[in-house]
Design a protein around this ligand. Structure first.
Ligand SMILES: *[C@@H]1O[C@H](CO)[C@@H](O)[C@H](O)[C@H]1NC(C)=O
Ligand SMILES: *[C@@H]1O[C@H](CO)[C@@H](O)[C@H](O)[C@H]1NC(C)=O
Length: 299
């Protein structure tokens, strides 16, 4: 570029000088023509010293301009090549930049996807942690000795709940007195609830219904007034069949017959107590006369 400038300056200088000289020449020419006319008229055609000098200056300047122009051409060509090279390089750089931009975009997309995956993983981890904690709690609940799934734990819990079967009831909810005698066996409704875990004994009907298959233990205690001919007696029934009897009669003192039995019951089997025909039972707020039942174990 510097070279080009320098050459341009040189060219300008040269042209200006030539022009200046040209003007001088024309001036000289005019003055000379005046004189030349005179001289011509006087001496015929002749060269003045000024005209000769101007001609020689013109001759030395012209080859310089050509050289300068050639050099400038060369420089321009060189510049063009440089420019083309620079343009190519810039284009390459632009392409590279665009490629980098694309790469950056791709990486950003990937980063976003990774972040999303990470978040999802975090949620899954949380769920798994909760499940593990649940399982650990379940294992602790059964002594840490067995592996249990959630449904198994639920089943165990339900079984445990079903196992909790126990009731005790006494005959009179209030007051005191004899019940009976009646000629036919009559169901005794033990109305005073002492315990009724699982509510499988019904104090309105006197009937116990087995919730699970298993062995149940039933206990009967009765008190009866002394009487010469009226006994104190009750019968334990399972599904309409009598199983055991508690019976006693004494004319001189109160009687306290009792009995107990373990029964294998199916789900829905019913157990209840009936008054023995023509017998009576006594009860008061001391709750002497009771009916109790307990599930010993399921089968
Ligand atoms: C608990 O379950 C896991 C997976 O089902 C099993 O690999 C492991 O042996 C089990 N442990 C016991 C004590 O049953
Ligand atoms: C009841 O008392 C009478 C008279 O004391 C006696 O003879 C009888 O044996 C007694 N009966 C019973 C079952 O104890």
């Amino acid at each position: 570029m510097k070279t080009c400038g320098a050459l341009l300056v040189l060219l300008c200088c040269c042209l200006a000088e030539t022009q200046l000289r040209g003007e001088t020449i024309s001036e000289n020419d005019i003055t000379h023509q005046g004189r030349y006319g005179e001289a011509q008229r006087r001496n015929g055609p002749a060269h003045t010293p000024e005209a000769t000098a101007a001609a020689s200056t013109q001759q030395t300047c012209q080859p310089d301009i050509h050289t300068v122009l050639r050099e400038m051409n060369a420089v321009l060509a060189e510049q063009r090549v440089t420019l083309m090279y620079t343009k190519t390089q810039m284009e390459a750089m632009e392409t590279r930049m665009r490629a980098n931009e694309n790469k950056a975009e791709t990486m950003e997309t990937r980063l976003t996807a990774s972040e999303k995956t990470l978040e999802e993983q975090r949620v899954v981890n949380k769920e798994m942690k909760e499940k593990l904690e649940e399982q650990a709690a379940a294992v602790r609940a059964v002594g840490g000795s067995v592996n249990l799934t959630g449904s198994q734990v639920e089943e165990l819990r339900r079984e445990r709940e079903e196992r909790r079967v126990s009731f005790s009831a006494s005959l009179l909810a209030s007051g005191h007195g004899n019940t009976g005698p009646f000629s036919a066996p009559t169901t005794l409704v033990y109305r005073h609830i002492i315990t009724n875990i699982g509510n499988h004994y019904n104090p309105n009907t006197g009937i116990f219904t087995a919730p699970v298959r298993g062995v149940y233990h039933f206990v009967l205690f009765v008190i009866g007034e002394e009487h010469a001919s009226t006994p104190t007696g009750i019968i334990l029934y399972k599904n309409g069949e009598h199983v055991i009897i508690a019976y006693q009669r004494n004319p001189n003192q109160t009687v306290t017959p009792a009995n107990a039995a373990s029964l294998l019951l199916e789900v829905g089997d019913v157990v209840y107590v009936k008054l023995y025909p023509n017998a009576w039972v006594y009860d008061n707020q001391n709750h002497y006369t009771t009916f109790s039942g307990h599930l010993l174990f399921p089968m």
